[in-house]
Write a new protein. Sequence first.
Length: 126
Amino acid sequence: MALEEILVLVGAGAITIWGVAHIAPTKAVVAGFEPMTQTNQRILTMEWIAEGLTLCFVGILSLIVTLALGIDARGTTLVNCALAGFLVVLAGLSLSTGARTPILPIKLCPVVKLSVAALLVIGSVL
């Protein structure tokens, strides 16, 4: 296995794990915002899970494309660079919102997203 493929697979695995770790504490996260209306609980739950699923999708798509097409395929490069760009946008959103809170895992979110984006790009263009 080539270094560039390892970089992409590590990045894809890391963002998938980060997505699962995002989903796992949903109930506790929502409870931490109490008191709130049931409607707001549902919206927060939906959005919290949606971000986790989005991160999982990014990682799984990168894994599937890289393993199915190979690291040297143009399609693999295109998909991984597009996913990296998307992660940069999500990191910007996290920097302007969640990272401004005192909650450490939320502060780490932009760092994780930018690190994975870097791994995807570097692994795709080496």
